[in-house]
Design a binder for this molecule. Sequence first.
Ligand SMILES: [Zn+2]
Length: 472
Amino acid sequence: MSSPKKRVLFYLLDGARPDILNGLMAEGKLPHLQQLAEEGTFRTATTCFPSTTGPAYLPFLTGHFPGTMNIPGIRWFDKQEFKRTRWNKMAMRSYCGPEANWFNTDMPAEIPTLFEVMGKSYNLYNMITRNIPDAYDLGKKGKSWLYMRAHFMKRHHPVDLQGHERIMALLNSGKDFDFLFAVFPSVDWDSHYHHIRDYRTVEAYQIADNSIGEVRANLEKKGWWKDTLFMLTSDHGLTPSHTHFDLGDWMTEQGLKSVGYPVIWRRKPKSAVMISGNSFGSIHLLNHDGAQVLKEQELMIHFGKTRMTELLREKAVDFVAYRGNRPGEYMVQNQHGKALITQQRENYSYQPLDADPLFLGHIPPVTHREALESTFNSLYPDALVQISQLLKCRRAGDVVVSARNGYDLRDFWEYPEHKGSHGSLTKEHMHVPMIYNQKGWATHSARTADIFPSLLKWMNKPVPANEGNALN
Ligand SMILES: [Zn+2]
């Protein structure tokens, strides 16, 4: 007798925070998820840096971090390409507009996504759609109109409700699937434009919960549920923002005229500033000869030590990170001083120099799993590995800025105004829920990158090289 057919049902509850999910469950507001947590596992995992929509989908969809995938933000800049010629498609990117479609070709072609290795794979609303035929892209038809209306009318829930209907239509059509990946975007949107605990945000959690209940009932009726792996996670948390600090304007005021989205046409810019989330920013200096990414020594000359001190004095800036002078060295600096992260082969270490900006004390060389373990419950989960992976990517810029909770880094150009933010390395942005209908999997600290090999292993499929470790 052949073994029963296995399937994976994956809900991405964009912007869901584990503590809020837990609270709503305790109030009895998410009965279907509560049942899943009781029958299976409800735990917290870490996402990646920057903790922002799009790049933060890469760990579970490809098993790799944004730096490895060369997509270090929802907006990015490539100094080398820009200096070659400014009117160049590869010089800068914003996935927040019409360039969103280029996400698929901006990634390395040789690294597969789950959609390419899981078998018959359906997508709902996620923007990484490489090699997904239209017939398998459930949300595609009418998506841009629905998303635009959601954005400008601040009416988000129709998107999630329609998404659920499309899933049910697929299940009722008699078609089968191996992998079904569904994004429910409204928790993120409602948290940005209202509040992380607004009644509309709570409703968005409940819409996903209802959908899970109905889909589960359908799969149970078909006799498929017991061989289906259910997985739910998120790409980042969010925190309420009270103050907007525009990093691009600050650079211009400091004499380093900046370009950034949507103002990309200024003459003779001295810098470019790219914001994601909006608690993450990358600064690219254009006021020097050559097109190289600057390491500490050159950075202090061209950015200037005084300017760095001024930047770190800004309340919105929690810390900055940049490359050290030697390969594998990364500096983390706040207003009190700096620390050194070193990556040598498979090992990561952290050494406070004149201060301890990440509040981690001294961490001797450890493996990437131990580095996660020892920082998981700190203020900056997975800081060592996440800062290293990001700064390996030249599109990440000369300096990256992680904002303090309560602040974001983009002001004038944001409409509607953002009242919530993510993207930083703080635990409120880095911790995400992970719920699956299985017990007895590995209990060590998990990253969302671990989901990629776990799903393939569940399906008995070959697992391509990746930066995660299977939990099953
Ligand atoms: Zn998101």
